[in-house]
Design a protein around this ligand. Sequence first.
Ligand SMILES: NC(=O)N[C@@H](CC(=O)O)C(=O)O
Ligand SMILES: [Zn+2]
Ligand SMILES: [Zn+2]
Length: 430
Amino acid sequence: MKSLWIVNGQIWNENKEQLEIRHVKIENGLIAAIEDAADGLPDTAGQDVVDAAGKLLSAGLIDMHVHLRDPGFEHKEDIVTGTKSAAKGGFTTIACMPNTRPVTDTPETVRYILDKADAEGLVKVLPYAAITKNELGRELTDFAALKAAGAIGFTDDGVGVQNAQMMKNAMALAASMDMPVIAHCEDDSLVEGLFVSEGKFAERNGLKGIPNESEAIHVGRDVLLAESTGVHYHVCHVSTEQSVRLIRLAKQVGIKVTAEVCPHHLVLSDEDIPGMDPNWKMNPPLRTPRDVEAVIEGLEDGTLDMIVTDHAPHSADEKARGMQLAPFGIVGFETAFPLLYTKFVQTGKWTLGFLLKRMTSDPARVFRLASGRLEVGAPADLTIIDLEDERTVDPQTFLSKSNNTPFGGWKLTGWPVLTLVDGAVVWSEL
Ligand SMILES: NC(=O)N[C@@H](CC(=O)O)C(=O)O
Ligand SMILES: [Zn+2]
Ligand SMILES: [Zn+2]
């Protein structure tokens, strides 16, 4: 079988904290060799070659929180368009949420997702299964059967598990089978009917806002339940200062908790919302500038382990219903890396290595994935990114079926140009 060489790529050296030019050889879907460019070009006669000169070569990005909407909401997205959109964004592994129709609460639906992703998807798809049947919070799903079918964890993302005993039972059962519980933290009684955060935007518009405690109350409850059950507990889309504080404390006392944060919660606050525009409506809502500072700090000190997009496509019709009635959620794959690169790396706040770590090896570490590292023997899941390329975000060009984003018109730098999964090019504009 032919090998593939990616020559002249710039690879981040974690120890030296700098980019170095390397030639990477791919064989049988794995990284077979990484050679120093100082030794000259390798002999590539008869083999495939991609020239990555002047560009970053990274382990493929990993996104542990996405909505592919398949089965059931294919007017928003499906496994083909969702994985295309992910590939274009530089992602090679994504984990999809179970708030589908039917809810991913049976082995059949888990297998449907895995089979379709295998046959038609462009990137690796890891399905989560629901904690409770139909995500209604009343009755646990069949964890053992769902795990056997290939689910990688349990979550009712989209809604919080309201009942503490239900959550405790779920955690105890998940712990007994070495599976994580992933939580959308939201106390319904504090949120009912509200759609923006407490803060300046709500005040200016005469709206009652969602209080920060609605999220943090669940985080506090759940870290205690994680402590008593010993489960690996993972907190979804952390957005408040209080949640960061609770997770930090929980980690300090050795509770097995991990957490994620979304690009929009790192970059936007409620004060940036331009008006009653549903493309700025997502759950959790954009919080105050103080919360934005806190989640950035949390990500920097490792309290928050990884960045996830929470890619949440909704159709133009659904988003046209106005701020109050439109569904929560924004798409994320095709802007995540350039957004964060522009806002945090180009400004000198983070190193490139830090951003890459939080989007590759950290999610891989937390969820024990084989990919996420650019090293010999690892799967050749790779992304080439043009760090000089500046483009204006045009939602109409998204490969996602949906274009609900607040970032339209933003000038961003650092666009993925080629994505490989198991050594095969799944998307390229090189
Ligand atoms: N994040 C969102 O605003 N929406 C998500 C649900 C979720 O992630 O909780 C969705 O499914 O649309
Ligand atoms: Zn959620
Ligand atoms: Zn979600």
